[in-house]
Design a binder for this molecule. Structure first.
Ligand code: APR
Length: 176
């Protein structure tokens, strides 16, 4: 199973419904929930998720921490804290890339064979979707080209527009 070819998928839908081993949450540094995908994941997982998150004492921007998935189909939730977009000159690209690498490393170390990512930072945090998707695709392709686990990565988009942006990027850069 060389390279990333065929190991990356793009879907449109609600990440809380995906039957993958791990889903990634676009969280904030408190890890105590919020709106957007964070709110959806906590609603679907139930109160046990917040209880476990309380014991993690937060997470730095650019990093991620793992919890169980509770009532979610996914066995794990990787809570990633993306950067707030501030124009691109405050280290946002590097911090966003670091979120993806941190989640992929959590998946590799836990043995999560399939991982689904939302478009981290592109909602409330205002990161332009085109730039964020480019970072996501580059980091995932790089990681999959080096490690056999996770076997599959799913980009779970919440709009047709976002899905088209990811699909276009993957067509351009998919390994031959
Ligand atoms: N499934 C998949 N994607 C979703 C879902 C869902 N159920 N709900 C929202 N999204 C998408 C949004 O449309 C956006 O493309 O997730 C992406 C990330 O948007 P946000 O959830 O707003 O996350 P982010 O921009 O990283 O902001 C994080 O928002 O909810 C708070 O607590 C969170 O403070 C943190 C901040």
């Amino acid at each position: 199973m060389g390279g990333a070819g065929g190991r990356i998928r793009v879907v449109k839908g609600d990440i809380t419904t995906l039957a993958v081993d791990a889903i990634v949450n676009a969280a904030n540094e408190s890890l105590l929930g919020g709106g957007g995908v964070d709110g959806a994941i906590h609603r679907a997982a139930g109160p046990g998720l917040l209880a476990e998150c309380r014991g993690l004492y937060g997470c730095e921007t650019g990093s991620a921490k793992a919890t169980a998935g509770y009532r979610l189909p996914a066995r794990w939730v990787f809570h990633a804290v993306g950067p707030v977009w501030a124009g691109g000159g405050r280290g946002e690209p590097g911090l966003l890339a670091s979120c993806y690498r941190s989640c992929l490393a959590l998946a590799r170390d836990a043995g999560a064979r399939s991982v689904a990512f939302p478009a981290i930072s592109t909602g409330v945090y205002g990161y332009p979707i085109e730039a964020a998707a480019g970072i996501a695709v580059r980091e995932v392709q790089g990681f999959l080209g080096t490690f056999p686990v996770p076997e599959t990565v799913v980009f779970c988009c919440f709009s047709d527009r976002d899905r088209e942006i990811y699909e276009t990027l993957l067509e351009k850069t998919d390994a031959p």
